[in-house]
Design a binder for this molecule. Sequence first.
Ligand code: NAD
Length: 388
Amino acid sequence: MKVGVARETAPGERRVALVPEALGKLTAAGLDVLVERGAGSGCLIPDAAFTEAGATVLPTETLYQEADVVLRVQKPSVDEAARLRSGQVLIGLLQPLLDPGLMRTLAGLGVTAVSLDAIPRTLSRAQTMDALSSQANVGGYKAVILAANAYGRYFPLLTTAAGTAKPANVLILGIGVAGLQAIGTARRLGAIVKAYDVRPETREQAESLGAQFVTLKTAIDATGAGGYARELTAEERAAQQAELNEVIGSMDVVITTAQVPGRKPPVLVTAAAVERMKPGSVIVDMAAGPLGGNCELSVAGETVVSPNGVTILAPDNLPATMPAGASQFYARNISALLLQLVKDGQLQLDFEEEVTKATVITHGGAVVADAVKQLLEPAAPAGNGSAS
Ligand code: NAD
């Protein structure tokens, strides 16, 4: 079976789905690896490195023609999707819930679409396939590095002949995978770190990494399904914002990572909170995107400076800014998923198996994932109970 690695074309995307070090496991499983010319260029991996590792480098058209399975990081563009053919398998972070229309197109083409972001994350044997976690980890690290870079002072306590620099006070909002990595990284840089989340279980995790957990008087337990948070009610949100405003005012750096699956990210840093911060303070909003962010003033993909001198960064796709490190982890994730779907060198989908069932979105000309099917169904006709 031939496995092709596609070159990413989304703006700013520099990752690649497989790195040369990851090829050994796939070739040992009897798979031939093909690589689209220039696929590694975003992370400065030359084609020759793939060839040396046992892959065949091919021009775009030949790769799409020959590959039985196409591996990628991001979902394909319209043009890339049009290159796919019936019976081919596509694996990547396809975001089927955000782009169900693309899933319908892929189903129509007879493509089997497998999405890494649909992995059942709480299943322990699926942890090696959890690309959402591996990439959030990269993002949490890089957010702290960006914050330290934008902050005009030191993170650690520094005593020198020219005087003493106080350590930075850093607040991490949202203690999921990215938040935990951000705590660890900020601590390693010597900052004093506080952290807050609406899931009480995160207190112990934050403390074990050396952060002080922020406890609000309005005790909110918003533990939702699957280890995620639920959306807060309007009252909870107002109480949380009011109390957080006070904490945020005394911080030098705030890094926000809070997300609620399928919802707009919660606003945790209001414009009023930014106003309370000292000039020179820095906010990195990791949740910023088309739906909004955790900071009321952040502009997705941009850096803005508030009238009182607070720099607010809202970086897009942080993992792509560390392409080699992020791709190394991603390659491990996608290889583990692929090997789970392959038996005796051939793809064998067992829909009774949990990972296969969760990640295969289209197959046999149809959308098979229930959540995506529901999004594609036309809205039910309005009830006819009203009097005419
Ligand atoms: P996420 O990106 O969905 O959210 C980040 C954090 O924001 C979460 O901790 C969430 O509780 C928090 N948050 C949401 N609303 C908030 C609010 N209003 N105020 C403050 N914080 C708020 O989360 P994630 O990083 O993808 O991780 C989600 C969960 O999945 C975690 O419990 C994580 O440990 C778990 N997980 C488990 C496994 C596993 O069991 N193998 C693997 C990966 C992740």
